[in-house]
Design a protein. Structure first.
Length: 204
């Protein structure tokens, strides 16, 4: 009888200790071990090895639609990229049109272009990017170019960089497996933007 009561007390004690512990660890958070607290994961493998060696840009034309609702800016781009890694890579380059007359460089439009490089190679490309906006700022804009490394919100923490403490142990133990699974399933795509090349037929 005494032994049975001892077992009941141990179970009761364990219950009353476990429930508050689970409750506490469900509301407290810790840095996500999968993304190291950044909230993002790189899913374009190898794009972090791609660098811009140099680029030149020229604004050579603007086109207005018949009603003046938007203006197209035509920029010629010459760019040289290097893949410092040994593996072939595919990814995206981001072009940002900004106002050069203001110190904070407000963004006017963004456009993306796919790139593909063989391992340990240098690629030189020339192309035209068309930006669109309702801002009439001909001669007052500039273009910046950057490599998109393929960051997406980490689904483990929903992009917050934090996970409940009771999830942290699970995520930390399976970090490598979770990273591999996410990269296998996820493909980086740039944000949806208007393809202003569809409006080539408008002219001044």
């Amino acid at each position: 009888m005494i032994a049975r009561l001892g077992k009941i007390k141990k179970r009761t004690l364990a219950f009353f200790l476990a429930v508050p512990l689970l409750a506490i660890t469900s509301v407290t958070t810790a840095s996500c071990p999968v993304c190291d607290g950044t909230g993002t994961l790189d899913v374009s493998e190898g794009m972090d090895k791609v660098k811009i060696m140099e680029y030149d840009t020229w604004e050579w034309r603007i086109t207005r639609d018949a009603c003046g609702l938007f203006i197209l800016y035509y920029w010629d781009i010459d760019i040289r990229l290097v893949n410092e890694g040994e593996e072939d890579v595919e990814g995206w380059v981001k072009h940002t049109l900004y106002d050069i007359t203001r110190d904070d460089k407000p963004v006017i439009d963004e456009q993306y272009r796919p790139v593909s490089l063989s391992g340990s190679s240098v690629v030189t490309e020339s192309y035209t990017v068309v930006f669109g906006t309702g801002v009439d700022a001909y001669g007052k804009t500039g273009v910046e170019i950057e490599i998109m490394e393929g960051d997406i919100p980490d689904p483990t923490c929903d992009g917050t960089g934090r996970v409940p403490s009771n999830v942290w142990i699970f995520a930390d133990g399976l970090k490598s497996s979770l990273e591999e699974a996410i990269r296998d399933e996820a493909t980086y795509s740039p944000p949806q933007v208007i393809d202003w090349e569809d409006y080539y037929f408008f002219d001044e």
